[in-house]
Design a protein around this ligand. Sequence first.
Ligand code: ADP
Length: 370
Amino acid sequence: MAYLTLRGINKIYPNGFHAVRDFNLEIEKGEFVVLVGSSGCGKSTTLRMIAGLESISRGDFYIGGEKANELDPRERGVAMVFQSYALYPHMTVFDNLAFGLMLQGADDDVIEEKVEKTASVLGLSEYLERMPRELSGGQRQRVAVGRAMIRKADIFLMDEPLSNLDAKQRVTMRSEITQIHRQTGATTIYVTHDQTEAMTMADKIVVMKDGCISQVGTPFDLYFEPANMFVAGFIGDPPMNLIESRVINGRPDIPDNSVDLRNIADSELLAGIEGKEIVFGFRPEAIKLKAEADSEHSFRMTSTVELTELLGDSTNVYVDMSGIKSILKADPHVSPNIGEVFEFYIPYDSVYLFDKQTQKRIRTSEKRIL
Ligand code: ADP
């Protein structure tokens, strides 16, 4: 059995709201698992059930193979870092870090040693005598992480810990938390609505939607092998282009292009989707321009430029294909004029097909060229 096992976990709040449904997950010791999804999808509820702050309505939760549904939060070996990092404002950084140990009645020299070690890992050594108001947002967040770390918990639970920071601090703290995880090796479950945080920090991502798990996988899996339209649209920035169309004679009815699904799907699959509504997907960054395209193994698309955004390392090109809108990511030197006809190529192995009704991926991998 895995270190942490959640089996058929459900949460029904007293008002009858079913916030988490049939949640199944195994977490290995030392893993960094990120629960990601839009606001309200049940991430915090799941985390709080793991912490013991919220009861489990149905299902089984195990820590180290032992049933833990009824365990008191203090007996679970968890430390939690919340979004609002609530430091004690009238205490120095040292005392904020030491407070938990003081409550446990630890000896002064033990406290001092642990505080200094934690502060050193977190780059806080020179701030130990400061008050929280004398720190930047990022430093305060580090103190909050330190308070959780110092308790030597086996399991770290983090609920949107970076959401109060500005964009730059978030990027810095992201890599700091990843490094701290590497140093401590503590099993970590991290909640965020930000797919970039999930992609950059996780060993394993759990994408949630409406209280259910949509897909579990490594960042690589979710990006390259999304199981459904929700994950395809959620992971990646800008998101995957998803175009609804009906398949007629093996071709989606998207105007003015060379898409022919016979190139990427076998006859059985083609027969199954003929006449049906599917969703044709491709990532903005997967497209090629004529000069660099392998035109033998790509679909040619014709579009009209509506807007361009130069980002520095790339240009986002917003295009229209007879009413169908897409975003393309191109080289920063590419700067087409608005209204210009823009031709681009989608390599066969960058095409994703989905069943419009079930929203599930239709696998075409037989003919993928990798
Ligand atoms: P997330 O962390 O993904 O934003 P939450 O787990 O906080 O989502 O909430 C999931 C859903 O459960 C939301 O619709 C929220 O309104 C609802 N919810 C959260 N707490 C309670 C509660 N105590 N009583 C009833 N509904 C709740």
